[in-house]
Design a protein around this ligand. Structure first.
Ligand code: SF4
Length: 449
């Protein structure tokens, strides 16, 4: 296990010239940032070989980054450094996979793969989709497995998981899609000698499948000794509570205990559940704690939607509000005398307000003010969304010359800034809009009459 270095340990290894090229004023400040894992040693161009060796080993993330697949749809999991999102951030969102069995007819596998490929939900400016497809050798038959892989991989372009209890089937069938770099499930105590050398030679990532955490530890330790680093851990358990418990123990061992054989992403299978509700409930618990790859066996939109939305909420970086670019956007085809609606650049605010304005069917100009990604009330409290700031932004957009309506509509929650905005925008009338987004459409329709 690499020794945890303090800021002072790191400082002793830095050049101590305080040149500032790393982005902070002194080597000491940079050392402190390195100790908190808020900087990378590569930011210092003068780090010695010894510093690279010692600090590099100590600053490796406690959970290894594992990449599955190739090209733009490659899935990255792991690289995590904290137990809780509020400690810092989660680095990679859990990958969502759907399992298809090779016992299904070929045309059904093609239909499922095509449906998964086309599944995409746009929410607050992000496209949410299913990342992986898991082909399960449920039949145990090598030819059926091969055919299912061919059918699925031809119609789904994301990353693939090949799952079989037969090492021979995995080895033979993965050869046809080596260019897709699939994840092999799984190495066990029984097939370690057969599958591990193949995965190493072919540079394919592998799962270890164990019944207990101790067994998983022993397997990953052996694999590390053989030179395999691209490992995903599967500690099989019969119910979601046990899976959450196992995930938590693995995560804690890796992050708090720096136990190297536990420092890998985790895969969970939520399959064979009696109902859609049970699938959603179990999968949701595991998304929260701490699945890196979550495999389900349902493709209904009503199952996928809550999961991709929950995942988006959990894995959004709390330190970086999702924001849209400041500017003046057209809603519909507004004439120059259409009113100007003002709000902040918090993504959720933008998408809700623009959606409600579209629903109203009244063309307007929507002015999005840079409030550092904060929502209306938070931005107002932080003095990022007041009369002075909005006025300065609108003037920078030359609204006096661009627009003829002379009407600005502000969110109802910041009615108190109407006076200061009128002072900042002489000649413009400031109207106070509704507090709730759901009241925007009736408000706009009434205004247009
Ligand atoms: Fe010190 Fe390196 Fe930063 Fe310069 S770039 S201040 S030498 S840590």
């Amino acid at each position: 296990m690499a020794k945890k270095l303090t800021g002072m340990d790191i400082f002793k290894l830095l050049p101590k010239t305080n040149c500032g090229e790393c982005g902070v004023a002194t080597c000491m400040a940079f050392a402190m940032k390195l100790a908190q894992k808020n900087a990378e040693l590569s930011q210092c161009p003068y780090a010695s070989d010894e510093a690279k060796k010692v600090i590099g080993a100590a600053s490796e993330p406690p959970i290894r980054l594992v990449k599955i697949g190739m090209g733009g749809r490659c899935v990255s999991v792991g690289n995590e450094t904290v137990m809780f999102r509020h400690d810092k951030t989660f680095v990679h969102q859990a990958a969502l996979a759907v399992q298809v069995d090779d016992t299904l007819p070929q045309d059904e596998i093609i239909r499922l793969a095509s449906d998964l490929e086309s599944y995409a939900i746009v929410r607050v400016g992000e496209t949410l989709r299913v990342d992986m497809l898991c082909v399960n050798n449920a039949s145990g038959d090598i030819q059926k497995f091969k055919d299912a892989i061919q059918a699925a991989s031809g119609h789904f372009k994301g990353a693939l998981i090949l799952k079989s209890q037969s090492a021979k089937n995995l080895i033979e069938c993965s050869k046809a899609i080596m260019d897709r770099a699939p994840l092999l499930h799984a190495i066990t105590n029984g097939n370690l000698g057969e599958l591990a050398p193949f995965s190493l030679k072919s540079k394919l990532p592998v799962c270890v499948c164990a019944v207990t955490i101790d067994e998983a530890y022993t397997l990953t330790d052996k694999l590390i000794g053989m030179g395999q680093r691209d490992i995903v851990i599967d500690v099989a358990a019969g119910n979601a509570a046990a899976m959450v418990q196992n995930n938590t123990v693995v995560r804690k061992a890796a992050i708090a205990g720096a136990v190297k054989p536990m420092g890998f992403p985790v895969i969970n299978f939520v399959t064979g559940r009696a109902s859609e509700g049970e699938t959603i409930a179990d999968a949701s618990s595991l998304l929260c704690k701490y699945a890196s790859i979550l495999v389900i066996d349902r493709i209904e939109k009503e199952t996928l939607l809550p999961l991709v939305m929950l995942r988006q909420n959990i894995f959004t970086d709390p330190q970086k509000p999702i924001q849209v670019d400041a500017g003046i956007y057209k809603i519909g085809e507004p004439a120059p005398d259409a009113p100007l609606v003002v709000t902040t650049n918090f993504s959720l605010t933008y998408f809700i307000v623009s959606g409600e304005l579209e629903n109203a069917g009244v063309p307007v100009h929507l002015a999005i003010v840079d409030a550092e990604g904060m929502s209306v009330l938070t931005a107002w409290a932080a003095r990022k969304f007041n009369g002075e700031k909005i006025g300065a932004f609108l003037k920078s957009k030359d609204v006096d010359r661009q627009f003829a309506s002379r009407k600005i509509i502000i969110p109802g929650y910041v009615a108190s800034i109407s006076g200061e905005l009128e002072e900042a925008m002489p000649g413009w009338e400031v109207l106070v809009g509704p507090q709730e987004a759901s009241d925007i459409a009736p408000f706009m329709k009434k205004l247009a009459k």
